[in-house]
Design a protein around this ligand. Structure first.
Ligand SMILES: NC(=O)C1=CN([C@@H]2O[C@H](COP(=O)(O)OP(=O)(O)OC[C@H]3O[C@@H](n4cnc5c(N)ncnc54)[C@H](O)[C@@H]3O)[C@@H](O)[C@H]2O)C=CC1
Ligand SMILES: O=C(O)CCC(=O)C(=O)O
Length: 527
C-alpha cells in the first residue's frame, strides 16, 4: 500500500486541508499523478510553528548522543526505503533511477555525517575563560560560552534535488543537528516524494520519544504559504534553495518582520570556468568534451552548472569549441523537472539566440517529448559580454556562453565584473601558472569554492566543503548549505558569567560531562 496520502503533517497530526488541493505532474508525460495533495494554509503554518516552538527547549537540550541517534534513525529508514521512493521520485521529476539512487545515498550519508558531528561536539565551540579574581587592576569574571540552536527553522525544499536538498536534505539535517525543530515547506513539484520522506522523519521523532513538534511537513503551491511560514514569529531562521526571485522574496519578508531573521538562500550562479592557453593547446578537445558532460548532466539543472567559459581568443580555443560542439550533438535529450523550469530555460535560450552580440555555437538534439530541452552553447566577445549584465544571468539548464578574451587582463577584468558565484573553475597546465596565480585572490572574492582542473557539478559532502558564495549565489556569504559547516547557520553563542557549576548547561560544567574538546583560558584541551 502506498504511504502517500496527500496529507499535511503537522507534528503527529494528519490533515487533509480545506481547498481542492493539487497534483504532482509527471514531466515526461504531462500527466497528473494521484493522489491529490492538500494545500497547507496559514492555519497549518501557525499550528506547526506553535508545536515547533513548544518542542524547541527539549530538543535543544537533548544530549548530543540522543540527537545523533535520532539523525541516524532517519538515515537508516531512508536507506531502507525500497522502490516506492525511487519510483515516485522518478515519476515526479523525470530524473533517472541511477541519479535518484545516488541522491538517496547522499541524503543518508549527510544525515550520518551530521550525527558524527553532533557526537563530536566541536559545533558547540565550548570556550571557558576561568575567573581571575586577583587580576589587577580589575578581576576577571568566570566566562563560559557555548553554541546552541536558534529555534525553529523553516526549510524550503529544492525542485532539482528531490532528496538531498529537500525534506530530509542538507538544510533539515543541519538544523536538526543544531537542535532546531524544522517546518518544511515541500516543493510542489515532488509532493509524493516529500511525503514519503516526511513520514519517515515523523516516525523517527515518535520512535525517539521526542516532542511531535520537532518536525512538520506543509505541502503547497502558493507563495502565501511560504510567506506565512517565514513571517511566523516562532520561526528563527530559514534555509532555501531555488530561484533568485523566490529567495529574495523570502529575504524581504524576513527583514520586514518585527523581529528580522536570517535567510540562508542559495539562489543563482553561472559558475565561471577559465580556460588557460597551455591547457587549451595541450588538451583542448578533451576539455571540450568534459565541459559538455558537466553542462548537460541532469539536463543542466544544477546550481553548479558551468554557465560561462572564459578563454583567450587564440587558435587553441578551436579544439575546445569543436569538441564541445561534437559532444553536444550527441548529448541525450532530457526532460526538465517542471513545465515552469522548461519554459524559463526556453525563454533564456531564445533571448540569447536573438541577442545581437551573441553567436549560437551549438544546439543539442531536439527531442520529440514534452518538457525536453536541448542544450545550447553560445559565444560572445569580452566587450559584448561585459556591456550587457543580462548575459551573465543564470539560465537554469544546459546553457553556457564561451567568452573570448583578447588577453589575460581582459580575463581579469571580466572576472572583476562578475556577480558572486558558488564556484569558479581554473583549467590550466603548469606553464599557465604565472597567469593563474594573480587571478586566485580575485576569484576568492567572487566565489565560495575554487576548483583546479575539475568541473563544478557534483558537490562533495564533507567538513571542508563550501557550497555558498557572495550574492546572488547566496543571500548570506558567510556560510555553506552543503557540508558540516552548514550547522553554524542555525546556532547562536551564549555566554554565562559567574554561574555556579550546577546551574550551567551540561557542556560547560567543570567535569566536562559531554566529553568535548574545549578552549580553556585560550588553550585547546582535548576531551
Ligand atoms: N540556482 C539554483 O540552485 C536553483 C535555481 N532554480 C531556479 O528557480 C526556477 C524555478 O524553480 P523552483 O525550484 O520552483 O524555484 P522557486 O524559487 O520558484 O521555488 C522554490 C520554493 O520557494 C517557494 N517560493 C518561490 N517564490 C516564493 C515567494 N515569492 N514567496 C514564498 N514562497 C516562494 C516555492 O513555492 C517553492 O517551494 C528555475 O527555473 C531556476 O531558474 C531552481 C532550482 C535550483
Ligand atoms: O552539484 C551539486 O551536487 C549540488 C547542486 C546544488 O546545490 C543545486 O543544484 O542546487
Amino acid at each position: 500500500m502506498s504511504s502517500i496520502t496527500g496529507a499535511i503533517l503537522v507534528g503527529a497530526e494528519e490533515r487533509q486541508g480545506s481547498g481542492n488541493g493539487f497534483e504532482a505532474v509527471d514531466p515526461s508525460s504531462g500527466k497528473a499523478l494521484s493522489p491529490r495533495f492538500a494545500e497547507a494554509d496559514a492555519h497549518d503554518v501557525a499550528d506547526a510553528c506553535a508545536l515547533a516552538a513548544a518542542a524547541f527547549p527539549a530538543f535543544r537540550d537533548l544530549p548530543p548522543e540522543d540527537r545523533a541517534a535520532f539523525l541516524e534513525r532517519i538515515a537508516d529508514a531512508i536507506a531502507a526505503t525500497g522502490e516506492e521512493l525511487i519510483d515516485r521520485a522518478m515519476s515526479e521529476t523525470g530524473l533517472p533511477r541511477a541519479r535518484l539512487e545516488g541522491e538517496r545515498g547522499r541524503t543518508v550519508g549527510q544525515l550520518r555525517l551530521f550525527a558524527i558531528v553532533v557526537r563530536e561536539g566541536g559545533w558547540m565551540d565550548v570556550t571557558i575563560d576561568p575567573a581571575m579574581p586577583d587580576r589587577q587592576p580589575l578581576p576577571r569574571p568566570d566566562l563560559r560560552r557555548v553554541n546552541m540552536g536558534v529555534g525553529p527553522v523553516a526549510v524550503f525544499g529544492a525542485s532539482n534535488f528531490p532528496l538531498a536538498f529537500s525534506v530530509a536534505g542538507g538544510d533539515t539535517a543541519s538544523a536538526l543537528a543544531a537542535g532546531c525543530p524544522v517546518v518544511v515547506k515541500g516543493h510542489p513539484a515532488h509532493p509524493g516524494t516529500g511525503e514519503i520522506v516526511a513520514r519517515i522523519i515523523r516516525q523517527a521523532v515518535a520512535d525517539s520519544g521526542l516532542p511531535a513538534g520537532v518536525f512538520s511537513y506543509l505541502p503547497g503551491t502558493t507563495n502565501a504559504l511560504g510567506g506565512a511560514l517565514v513571517a511566523d514569529p516562532r520561526i528563527k531562521s530559514v534555509g532555501f534553495t531555488g530561484s533568485r526571485g523566490g529567495g529574495l522574496a523570502l529575504v524581504k519578508i524576513a527583514n520586514a518582520r518585527p523581529e528580522p531573521i536570517p535567510v540562508f538562500a542559495e539562489m543563482s550562479s553561472i559558475n565561471p570556468v577559465i580556460l588557460f592557453p597551455a591547457a587549451a593547446q595541450a588538451r583542448g578537445a578533451a576539455l571540450g568534451t568534459a565541459f559538455v558532460a558537466s553542462l548537460t548532466q541532469g539536463a543542466g539543472q544544477f546550481c553548479t552548472n558551468p554557465g560561462l567559459v572564459i578563454a583567450l581568443a587564440n587558435s587553441d580555443l578551436a579544439a575546445f569549441e569543436g569538441a564541445a560542439v561534437e559532444a553536444l550533438a550527441k548529448a541525450p535529450n532530457q526532460h526538465m523537472l517542471t513545465p515552469g523550469i522548461h519554459n524559463a530555460f526556453q525563454t533564456g535560450v531564445t533571448a540569447l539566440e536573438g541577442h545581437a552580440a551573441v553567436e549560437t555555437l551549438a544546439k543539442g538534439p531536439v527531442g520529440d517529448g514534452i518538457n525536453q530541452a536541448s542544450g545550447a552553447i553560445f559565444t560572445a566577445d569580452a566587450d559584448a559580454f561585459a556591456a550587457d549584465a543580462a548575459l551573465s544571468h543564470e539560465v537554469f539548464g544546459s546553457s553556457s556562453i564561451i567568452v573570448r578574451a583578447p588577453d589575460i587582463d581582459a580575463v581579469a577584468s571580466l572576472v572583476s565584473g562578475l556577480e558572486g558565484q558558488l564556484t569558479a573553475t581554473l583549467l590550466f597546465d603548469e606553464e599557465d601558472e604565472p597567469l593563474v596565480a594573480p587571478l586566485i585572490p580575485l576569484l576568492a572574492e567572487k566565489a565560495g569554492r575554487i576548483l583546479a582542473n575539475g568541473w563544478p557539478t557534483g558537490v562533495e559532502v564533507s567538513h571542508a566543503m563550501v557550497h555558498g558564495g557572495p550574492f546572488p549565489a547566496t543571500s548570506d556569504t558567510r556560510t555553506t548549505s552543503v557540508g558540516t559547516l552548514a550547522i553554524q547557520r542555525f546556532l547562536r553563542p551564549v555566554c554565562y558569567q559567574n554561574l555556579p557549576d550546577r546551574l550551567l548547561p551540561t557542556a560547560l560544567r567543570n567535569d566536562n560531562p559531554c566529553k568535548v574538546a574545549r578552549r580553556v583560558d585560550g588553550t585547546m584541551q582535548l576531551a
